[in-house]
Ligand binder design. Structure first.
Ligand code: 2P0
Length: 321
């Protein structure tokens, strides 16, 4: 039996940055994201009694034990849950820079959850798929849906994603500026645990319901300015907890700060744009179609020939073949 599934990455506008339960990956806060069309993972799961060993291939390269561990542990956990236990092969093609704060684990584990369930004909409803994806990686919870997606904090059963608007009729673009696509030095799991030593962590959590509600209203009203302000605020809050943790740490690189200044300056010139930054140095700039060219030129003038990927809304899980 086999199944081949595509999942797109998502970028949180209101960030998830802390777990209530490390094993279940239930979050300390609700988050709200935008699923992107430009970055995705295709994953095929094959299981067959004739296979004698589990194998994991990423972009056609078989991964060694160390690089397969997280995927194998995840599949074993799902096999235990559903009481199945044959050997499997996984073939993933990642159209996202891996582990550089461009949310490769979101698309990877959402695709894996979808392909696993389909390969065993489990016939799971979307909320259950969202839960399975969460057990692989928190942000994957949201990638089962397209458009704007909220992931609700809660317990193992209730902490799932719900679509806010799967097909938004919005002129909204996210320009992903790839400053550095190398593997990050501090994993998200470690970073979000460590950030909790910040004196600003709890005050940030206390604002979570308010910020989620405000963003939902902004989405309903198609209020780009409010959406951008809230997204930038949430990113700044998250990165402030890193900087004020003990010991302090940051994912920012010099080019990250340069881009923050650039976004401020562009806004002063009347080019409306906002930034968001995840667990890596890369900056994503939220804007509208009319400003893409001027923002891209300004980024290239500032940083030379960096890659800029223009993304907009992507779909939820898609079954291939
Ligand atoms: C997010 N990030 O909401 C936040 C914002 C990065 C910054 O979720 O430990 O790979 O697998 O649950 O989902 C990245 O962390 O972490 C992330 P785990 P994950 O998108």
């Amino acid at each position: 039996m086999e199944a081949n599934v595509r999942a797109h990455t998502n970028i949180a506008l209101i960030k998830y940055w802390g777990k209530d339960n490390q094993t279940l990956k239930t979050p300390l806060m609700s988050s709200l994201s935008m699923t992107l069309d430009a970055f995705y993972t295709d994953t095929k799961v094959i299981h067959d009694p004739s296979l004698t060993k589990n194998r994991f291939y990423l972009n056609d390269v078989e991964q060694d034990a160390e690089h397969s561990k997280r995927v194998f542990n995840y599949i074993s956990r799902l096999q235990e849950m559903f009481k199945v236990n044959d050997h499997f092969e996984i073939h993933s093609y990642n159209h996202v820079p891996t582990a550089a704060g461009l949310a490769s684990s979101a698309s990877a584990f959402a695709a894996l959850a979808g392909a696993f369930a389909k390969s065993y004909n489990l016939d799971l409803a979307m909320p259950q798929l969202s839960r399975l994806a969460r057990l692989g990686s928190g942000s994957a919870t949201r990638s089962v849906y397209g458009g704007f997606v909220k992931w609700i904090k809660g317990d193992d059963i209730t902490s799932i994603a719900i679509p806010i608007n799967e097909h938004p009729d919005w002129d909204l673009h996210m320009l992903a500026v790839e400053i550095n696509t190398g593997e990050k030095k501090i994993s998200s799991s470690k970073g979000m645990l460590h950030a909790q030593t910040s004196p600003f962590y709890q005050p940030w959590l206390d604002r979570n319901d308010l910020e989620i509600n405000e963003l939902e209203v902004a989405i309903k009203n198609k209020d780009f300015s409010k959406l951008g302000e809230l997204a930038e605020l949430s990113a700044n809050e998250m990165h402030s907890t890193n900087l004020t943790a003990t010991p302090s740490f940051t994912y920012f690189e010099p080019a990250t700060i340069k881009l923050i200044h650039l976004v401020h300056n562009l806004r002063k010139q009347g080019i409306e744009c906002y930034y968001t930054i995840d667990a890596g140095p890369n900056v994503k700039i939220l804007t509208q179609e009319k400003n893409i060219n001027s923002i891209s030129s300004a980024v290239h003038n500032l940083l030379g020939n960096v890659k800029i990927v223009d993304a907009s809304f992507g779909p939820g899980l898609t079954y291939l073949d």
